[in-house]
Ligand binder design. Structure first.
Ligand code: FAD
Length: 303
């Protein structure tokens, strides 16, 4: 049943017609629980509240299904604006970008050029740029681009999904790159990815341990309290410097736990999605945790 529900929401997230229409609807379906606003000033209010609690943020100007150059250029310009805004408003934060947003599906070189422009602007202000990891079809191209960009820019990093069999191997080549470790949000086949939670979780811990024994900074991104407890125990037992890592969670998820981890003295970063292209992101969150639909329905129909 859980898998059927997950497949249902993943299929909805991939529906381009619904994605396009959602842009015209404005917020619907209770999306505001997990998306911080349809524009930057709205999201910035949430950022400031979190910053006051000692929590940093990563801002994601949502965008999917970019198939032409003009759209990709527009997305790049919006990301440049976010970087300017972080600098001007002195926000404690960085940006998260998806390569498909800035042209990966159109032309790899064009996508690289857009990323170079983003990274040049971000490095002027000492702002980090994370490249989110998308579906497996984009995995190798993303790694290739990250490695190429990292030769010229220290302020770029990416995400490793521990549902993939190859993740631990691929970490070897990324020792000096800042990484976010996640379980993985897409539906992948058993040819490339673990299907059982137990296997994904144990791979997650292996990846985290490898990273914490290395030198580059790591973001440990999960809402899973069991894994968070395991990480805390590992850090204590191995006397890992807390400056080497942070915990990350998505906006609107386990908010009390986010505050508690920050209060306990861990670096904490909240992932803040915003913008009118909220539909695919929101459907993937419902796929991960169908219980969220209860929250959403309750607010939509009973208030
Ligand atoms: P789950 O396996 O979803 O949950 C484990 C257990 O934790 C649940 O069984 C439940 O007991 C508890 N739990 C979880 N959520 C809640 C809740 N809200 N309330 C109460 N209990 C809860 N994926 C990508 O593929 N690419 C990316 O670039 C990417 N970036 C991400 C960035 C951040 C900051 C985060 C947090 C996730 C990102 N993801 C990304 C998504 C990620 O891959 C997972 O799909 C998502 O985080 C769900 O897995 P989980 O580790 O949170 O735990």
């Amino acid at each position: 049943m859980v898998n059927l529900t997950r497949d249902f929401f993943i299929a909805l997230s991939n529906n381009q017609f619904l994605n396009d229409n959602a842009k015209r609807w404005g917020f619907r379906l209770g999306a505001e629980k997990f998306v911080a606003g349809t524009d930057l000033p709205q999201a910035a209010e949430k950022v400031k509240e979190l910053n006051e609690r000692g929590i940093s943020v990563t801002l994601d100007n949502l965008g999917e299904f970019v198939n032409d150059r003009a759209e990709a250029e527009a997305a790049k310009n919006q990301i440049l604006q976010v970087i300017e805004y972080i600098h001007k408003e002195r926000l404690n934060g960085h940006v998260s970008v998806k390569l498909t947003q800035v042209g990966l599906d159109i032309d790899k070189e064009f996508c690289m050029e857009n990323m170079r422009e983003i990274l040049t602007k971000a490095s002027e202000y000492d702002i980090f740029v994370n490249i989110d990891m998308e579906k497996y079809i984009h995995y190798q191209p993303t790694l290739d681009i990250v490695k190429e960009l990292h030769k010229d820019y220290e302020n770029v990093g990416t995400v490793m999904q521990t549902y993939l069999y190859r993740t631990l191997d691929d970490l070897k080549d990324l020792e000096d790159v800042r990484l976010r470790i996640v379980k993985g949000a897409y539906k992948e086949s058993e040819e490339v990815a673990f299907q059982e939670k137990e296997d994904i979780d144990s791979n997650f811990m292996e990846a985290v341990k490898i990273r914490l024994q290395g030198n580059a900074f790591t973001s440990i991104a999960t809402h899973d309290h069991n894994l968070i407890e395991k990480v805390k125990k590992y850090v204590e037992e191995h006397q890992i410097d807390k400056r080497k890592f942070e915990f990350q969670m998505l906006y609107g998820f386990r908010v009390e736990m986010q505050y508690a981890l920050a209060e306990e003295g861990y670096n904490f970063c909240t992932y803040i999605p915003f913008g009118d292209d909220w539909y695919g992101y929101f459907m993937r969150r419902l796929a991960e945790r169908p219980q969220n639909i209860n929250l959403v329905l309750k607010d939509t129909f009973y208030t």
